[in-house]
Design a protein around this ligand. Structure first.
Ligand code: SAM
Ligand code: SF4
Length: 499
């Protein structure tokens, strides 16, 4: 089918309208601006009451979020950061989950003005990986020690749901012997970042074993969205994108990931948009987003806006927005990516982030070709701020007391969607995850870690083991004997045992 004909059929109006309320979507700009104005100069007592609500792991209301976004006093901001870290500790403890992006295709029918993949960027070289090439990318990522990926695609008829499902099957089927010779490593969870789809296509991804489906709204502001996404493109339809996650839920995918591209519009507005999105998912499905991303726009090939937008977010504002998001949606994972530079990433992980990537390459086919981004500027979407290896980042975080987790057990044991949210809110999932973090960290240290990382890692794992042995939850629930048996079996060479 001709591309233009195909484009006309992608959007299914009925799969937008069913989620509207009285014909309106959930982004009420008047109310967002009103709340941001109304709660200026907040009273410290009111702020502390709100922090207590976050510490009780409750989703904040839009009004409460607006209060936190208006805090300017440095001492109060510091209290917020401490509360954010306490929230993370309560829900996720000291775990940090790692993943690697695999860029599978860059032909795209859209013209998002900030993106190197936009169709009118003739400097970009286009490529859709064959299944052999996808396998090579997966092999390279597995050989670094990764067990989770996020696969990324442009929007094009040649890289639609069937292609995405095929790449997923290819990645899941790729196995590599570990360098230590202790069995095999493979990707155990594939998350997908792709264009919004109809429910029928999303079911194909669900059947292929999708982990999380991720779509960023880019900007929640209707007018600004229209300026950045030409109206005659698929992406020009704001509401088709806004309800991508609602359709995913209807297709059976209950781990959904939202985000905004910070730098396109006012950062406070975008945080309010993300919180409104979480509320609408909870209201319509009883489940909030599994993760929230807050990528900052990076320079992209031939994109003026990507470097000159009037809304670019400075580091101090970026730290504040991460803190407020941690407090506003306390049960949700927060993802910081290698778009950020090493120092800032390290710092904001301490404000409550739970997932990050490392050793990332965002060129199409770039892992197998072992390219640095400066070698292929015409095949990457934008420029990365941190190209360090997985081993280096794991070591740095271990020195700060964070244990790396490659755990994928929750999803494979059916602890997803409302089940996982419930467990996270009660602090139970975090406990299981701690055990699985230690088991997968043991695998990593034995299979892939450099001698320096192993030294730091052994100290951390020792501390974790002591903590586990002294935690009543594990002893009361009789989980400890199973865990210790699994730990011993992994240390002597077995792989992929989880609780
Ligand atoms: N084409 C799909 C879509 O737009 O949803 C998925 C792939 S797209 C490459 C993934 C994300 O990259 C976009 O949602 C956008 O937020 C992000 N992105 C685009 N240009 C960027 C830039 N210059 N800097 C950082 N992130 C960017
Ligand atoms: Fe295409 Fe996505 Fe880039 Fe927009 S952000 S041009 S839809 S790849």
């Amino acid at each position: 089918m001709d591309v233009k004909e195909w484009m006309k059929q992608v959007i299914k109006p009925a799969e937008i309208e069913k989620y509207l309320i009285n014909g309106e979507d959930f982004i009420n700009e008047e109310s967002i601006f009103g709340n941001l104005e109304k709660y200026k100069n907040p009273d410290p007592g009111q702020v502390r009451d709100i922090l207590q609500k976050s510490l009780d792991i409750k989703l904040l209301s839009p009004e409460e979020t607006a209060v936190l976004l208006n805090v300017e006093d440095p001492a109060l901001l510091e209290e917020m950061r401490e509360a954010a870290l306490a929230v993370k500790k309560k829900v996720y403890d000291n775990r940090i989950v790692f993943f690697a992006p695999i860029y599978c295709s860059n032909p795209c029918v859209n013209r998002c003005v900030y993106c190197g993949f936009r169709s009118d960027n003739s400097a970009e070289r286009r490529r859709i990986l064959t299944m052999d090439e996808v396998r090579h990318e997966a092999e390279a990522v597995i050989d670094e020690g990764h067990k989770r990926v996020i696969a990324v695609y442009g929007e094009h008829p040649l890289s639609g749901a069937d292609y995405i499902a095929e790449t997923m099957r290819t990645i899941y089927a790729t196995k590599r012997e570990t360098p230590s010779g202790k069995g095999f490593n493979m990707i155990r969870r594939i998350n997908i970042n792709a264009a919004p789809m109809c429910i029928e296509d999303l079911r194909k991804l669900w059947r292929a074993g999708i982990g999380t489906f991720q779509v960023f709204q880019e900007t929640y502001h209707h007018g600004r969205y229209a300026e950045l996404h030409p109206g005659n493109t698929i992406k020009g339809n704001y509401r088709w994108r806004l309800y991508a996650m609602h359709r995913a839920m209807d297709a059976g995918i209950d781990d959904v990931a939202i985000g905004a591209l910070f730098g396109l519009y006012d950062w406070r507005f975008e945080v309010m948009g993300l919180v409104a999105h979480a509320h609408d998912l909870e209201r319509q499905f009883g489940i909030g987003p599994h993760t929230i991303s807050f990528p900052r726009m990076q320079p992209a090939l031939g994109s003026f806006v990507s470097e000159n937008s009037p809304y670019l977010v400075r580091d101090d504002a970026f730290k504040r927005l991460v803190t407020v998001l941690r407090l506003a949606v306390p049960y949700t994972g927060l993802i910081v990516t290698a778009r950020e530079n090493a120092a800032l990433r390290r710092e904001i992980i301490n404000y409550g982030c739970t997932q990050t990537d490392a050793s990332s390459k965002i060129g199409i086919g770039a892992y197998a070709e072992k390219q640095q981004q400066e070698e292929n500027p015409d095949k990457v979407q934008f420029t990365l701020g941190d190209e360090r290896s997985l081993d280096t980042v794991i070591r740095e975080l271990a020195e700060d007391g964070h244990i790396t987790s490659f755990c994928t057990a929750g999803y494979r044991c059916g602890r997803t969607g409302d089940k996982i949210m419930n467990l996270l809110e009660k602090g139970v999932e975090g406990k299981f995850c701690k055990l699985n973090a230690v088991l997968t960290f043991r695998e990593y240290l034995d299979d892939y870690a450099s001698p320096e990382t192993r030294r730091v890692g052994e100290r951390l794992i020792e501390k974790e083991l002591k903590e586990i042995e002294n935690t009543p939850f594990f002893t009361d629930k009789k989980l400890l004997p199973t865990f210790l048996t699994y730990y011993k079996r992994i240390a002597s060479g077995e792989r992929d045992l989880y609780m």
